[in-house]
Write a protein that binds this ligand. Sequence first.
Ligand code: DON
Length: 563
Amino acid sequence: MFTNQFFNKKPIHAWLLCLFFVFGFFADRNYANVPAAVVSAHPLATAAGTKILNEGGNAFDAAVAVSAVLAVVEPYASGLGGGGFWLLHNATNARDIMIDGREIAPLEASEHMYLNRDGQPIPGKSLNGPIAAGIPGTPAALVHLTQNFGQLTLAQNLKPAIQLARDGFKVDQRFARTLRYHEKKLAQYPDTAKIFLPDGKLPVAGDWFRQPQLAGTLNEIAKSGMNGFYHGSVAKELVHSVRKAGGVWREQDLYHYKIVAREPVQFEYRNTRITTASLPSAGGLTLAQAFNILEYLPLDKDDSDNQAHLITEILRLTYKDRIELLGDSDFDQVPAKKLLSKGYAREQAALIDPEQAGKSILKQSIVNESVETTHFSIIDKAGNRVAATMSINTFFGSGFVAGNTGILLNNEMDDFSKGRNIPNIFGLYGSHANMIAPGKRPLSSMSPTFVENDKGILIVGTPGGSRIISMLFLVILDYINNNQMDPQKLVEMPRFHHQYLPDFIQVEPDAFDPGWIASLQAKGHEVRIMSQKWGNMQLILFDKENQQTRAASDPRGLSDTHY
Ligand code: DON
């Protein structure tokens, strides 16, 4: 299905990023002699996670260290001013849990806050400046992870990040490129410019980059936990600077922020258990629906064109439900039980014509290609696992650094639906279930995932906005149906995507041969080759047969062409 030139053309960079180390033997009753592994989008974060494991921390401690270091070295992708989902497997009791550190809408937020009097969206308002920022959840998640699951102290887990923020690190090519592309955005707010355009100049690769203000805030969290961010001087400065620049945060918003420990979505497909993100991520429900439909529409292994057609139609149907039904289930009723039922999957499967593309109801929708988020995966010697996807939404989030906190705020409010006919930056529409309300979490696509069967375990996830879910669908299918046990091939595999609206198949450039595209067109699909590849998948594969752990990093993450 995915045969093409892609594998031969791309350089393998994963060695840069994946550090492995054997720790001895698993305490876990199921596995023995499994090396621990950390894989992330940045070598400094991977190194920090590894160091924490070496110092006696477990996977959850390492997750805190990696999350915090990513906030420092990839400030354009995630950070303390954002949120995320940390999917945990606790080897001691074999329990899976999802720490939901998603941002919440501030108390002064309202359904129409981004619309003008005519009900039309005010261009850029849900994306730029502090008005676009939800109340961050990442600091709370790091405190919770350490206090409830870790073996080390918060100060130990945050130390690598504090050092890198305080002492600095060398600007890498990717960071330099990102800064260059977004220079205008960074120049808009003085506290942002002070950090990212020091002395008014754009940092270039090889420059030394320090964030002393961020080091100070990290120190406060290391010292005082939740109080270091959500109460006291940092909270005051956050609120003061946000309100001064037109935002609506109140101190109460910060005081009341809470992570939620949620049951992940768990389902089976062909003797494989998939554990993934629950609401407010759409990932779990959408993936479960997709695999359930496949039970009634088996893919023909030898017919790659038809596989692509069926996968597209499944994505069309499941993303339609996402648009129409999904949102924060603490606020709106979501018919999750029905969506997960086999009966519903059978009905949906019956809607798919094997020879003809379905139709989405016509609406205009853009596909934006410049956004960023980050994912990492960890397994420790005891068999504890973490898959975490974290975000500030688009590159450099809202572009607003809050006063002297050094914290760049997210623009995750854009993930809410602002009205039935108003798409977000990913071209996603939404229903009432995803409309803005105070304290509500915007619907997400971030989907940290575990996949387990007799052959092995995958710990996987990726950035990519609305495409996150289809990327995972393709990778999990390749692992299960094609028995693909090479982690590098899994992360490198070429990608296509459909999300109901816009009604065309998005295809990575230089990824599929013309015959494959023509066969989809013959079935009535519009196929558009996008200008850039997408995703930055980080994957660990534990191979049960030979008791080996291998990790792979998406080469797109280091290339010029990904977003
Ligand atoms: O939560 C979401 O679905 C988005 N805010 C994630 C953004 C993202 O993945 C951008 N990355 N390329």
